[in-house]
Design a protein around this ligand. Structure first.
Ligand SMILES: Nc1ncnc2c1ncn2[C@@H]1O[C@H](COP(=O)(O)OP(=O)(O)O)[C@@H](O)[C@H]1O
Ligand SMILES: [Mg+2]
Length: 549
């Protein structure tokens, strides 16, 4: 049984029992009152009877009494009269009457009481024996040995009206009794519900929620009783659980990040080792091959004409020209292999940047100069947005920044084999570091390089910074350009954002912190925030001196 029901039932049963006992006692008191009334009335009537009949002389007593009894019957008086004894002649053998007669003679006065009828069950009657005296008897004081009643009259009245009246009273108060009991039950149940059952239920819900892992609940804070105290303890407990869980989560995240970094550095260490070996084993023979190829082409070019007379008077191509050409190809390829090895070495070397002040626009312009030949060959238009006048320098390694710039430019050029537009812009922005909502806003210089090439498919977007991830043909790409660039930018406390989709070109944005302290309101008010995109209308075409060959 539930607590509320149990307490309600117990209280109601108790109240019902107390009320029933009180009612019963009240009915008993009422019965005693009614019986007392009845006997007082009987005594008065007996006094009247005596006054009417005394002094009763022995002669003619029987007739007088019979007549009186007759008249009581005829007049339907309240008490019916009966002659119990006249002189020495007893006129009844009813034991009840005999008992009363005895009492009356001993008492020397009327004696009456209520009898349960022997015949009808539950029927009761009041009977009284009234001794009557003659003149001589009346002279004597009460209980004088010589004083003897001439006759004894019996008075009798049906007393079942008392029982009937009590039953009627009980019937009248019973509905009231039921109503009071129900009211008590209702009030107790309602009060319990408000003060205990509902709060306990909410407490239970809170505990269940904790069981299911929801630690966000705060319950019953406003109560100041025991339940409120329990709720307070409960809230404190969920609070500390919450903190513990948060700590655990942060710990796990930190551990995961550390593991990732460890894995990465292991990978780098392996690559580094490999690269060093390759450089050692391959580098020297490559130098020799490259040097020899250059020497061959130089010697042959010096010694012979590109064309010669084959004796028939016509000029035919000199076979040594083929040698020069092939030696050139060998030299070019050797250079390419050397470059790849150098990139691998760069990637694995893990050296920190040598920090000086870097003017990003100048470095970018220089890089564009390096790739001018490729852009011209592929018919790519280069647009460089003018840098803002108040652009700050950044602390960094100019060579490394330039390498980043070159890698991004080369990727853009590779993405547009049949021409397109390459845009380059440098801006100053104030913002929070990507992914860190809690980081304080800081000032950054952004380098944005965008192309109108094929773009990066969704599926590749997450992988392009992975070492050795490349979509270019076998032997074309190393898959290290972006990995190296990302490493460098991270070393500078910055990051790279990519915005691209299949068929709509790619935008690479490099964020490099200036390290300058900010005016406190600069971010909130939006002052100092500049759009990152270069404005094409003010952009310069490839005719810009920086873009020239
Ligand atoms: N501007 C770009 N447009 C389209 N794809 C790009 C661009 N830049 C990089 N990518 C993709 O990212 C890959 C990895 O680039 P990178 O690390 O420089 O290696 P690689 O250039 O040697 O392939 C490229 O193979 C290419 O699929
Ligand atoms: Mg590349």
């Amino acid at each position: 049984m539930r607590l509320g029901t149990r307490v309600t039932v117990v209280t109601t049963v108790l109240v019902a029992a107390v009320l029933a006992a009180t009612g019963f006692a009240a009915l008993q008191v009422r019965r005693a009152d009614l019986e007392a009334d009845l006997s007082r009335e009987a005594r008065e009537i007996a006094a009247a009877l005596r006054a009417g009949l005394e002094p009763l002389e022995a002669e003619g007593a029987t007739e007088t009494l019979e007549w009186r009894a007759y008249s009581a019957r005829e007049n339907n008086e309240l008490f019916q009269l009966e002659i119990l004894r006249v002189g020495d002649e007893k006129r009844t053998d009813d034991p009840a009457w005999l008992l009363l007669m005895q009492g009356a003679e001993i008492e020397d006065a009327p004696v009456g009481r209520i009898f349960d009828s022997a015949k009808a069950k539950g029927a009761r009657s009041f009977a009284m024996a009234v001794p009557l005296y003659d003149a001589a008897g009346l002279e004597l004081p009460r209980r004088h040995p010589a004083r003897k009643a001439v006759a004894i009259m019996g008075m009798r009245r049906d007393a079942s009206f008392i029982g009937a009246e009590l039953t009627a009273t009980a019937r009248r108060i019973f509905p009231l009794y039921v109503a009071v009991v129900l009211l008590v039950a209702g009030v107790v149940s309602f009060a319990l519900r408000r003060t205990a059952v509902l709060p306990l239920r909410r407490l239970l819900e809170g505990i269940d929620a904790v069981g299911e892992g929801d630690l966000s609940r705060v319950i019953l804070v406003q109560r100041d009783d025991e339940i409120g105290t329990i709720a307070g303890r409960f809230n404190a407990m969920t609070g500390s659980l919450r903190d513990a869980r948060e700590d655990g989560r942060r710990g796990a995240e930190a551990r995961l990040a550390l593991e990732a970094r460890l894995r990465q550095s292991e990978k780098l260490a392996t690559i580094g080792q490999m690269a060093a070996e390759i450089a050692h084993e391959v580098g020297t023979p490559l130098n020799v091959i490259g040097g020899r190829a250059r020497t061959i082409s130089k010697i042959i070019a010096r010694q012979s004409n590109p064309q010669r007379d084959d004796g028939s008077g016509e000029l035919v191509p000199n076979p040594s020209a083929e040698i020069v050409k092939n030696a050139g190809i060998i030299g070019g390829e050797v250079e390419r292999i050397t470059k790849i090895i150098r990139q691998v070495l760069d990637f694995s070397r893990q050296r920190g940047p040598t920090i000086t002040r870097v003017r990003v626009p100048s470095i970018a312009a220089e890089a564009v100069g390096f790739v001018a030949e490729a852009t011209r060959r592929q018919g790519i238009t280069v647009e460089i947005a003018p840098a803002p006048a108040e652009l700050p320098d950044i602390p960094g390694d100019p060579d490394q920044i330039q390498q980043v710039c070159l890698n991004l430019l080369m990727n853009a050029i590779h993405a547009m084999p049949t021409g397109g537009t390459l845009r380059l812009g440098v801006e100053r922005v104030v913002r929070r570091k990507g992914g860190l909502d809690l980081a304080a806003p800081a000032e950054y210089v952004t380098l944005e390089i965008s192309d109108s090439g094929a773009g990066i498919p969704e599926a590749h977007r997450d992988r392009i910074f992975e070492p050795f991830f490349t979509t270019r043909d076998e032997g074309q790409g190393t898959g290290l350009g972006l990995a190296v660039s990302n490493g460098i930018v991270k070393d500078h406390d910055g990051w790279i954002e990519v915005d691209s989709g299949e068929g709509r070109g790619a935008v690479f944005r490099v964020y490099l912190p200036t390290g300058n302290a900010l005016a406190p309101s600069a971010f909130d008010t939006g002052r100092g925030l500049r759009p990152v995109r270069p404005q094409p209308d003010v952009a310069l075409a490839a005719a810009d001196p920086m873009g020239k060959d």
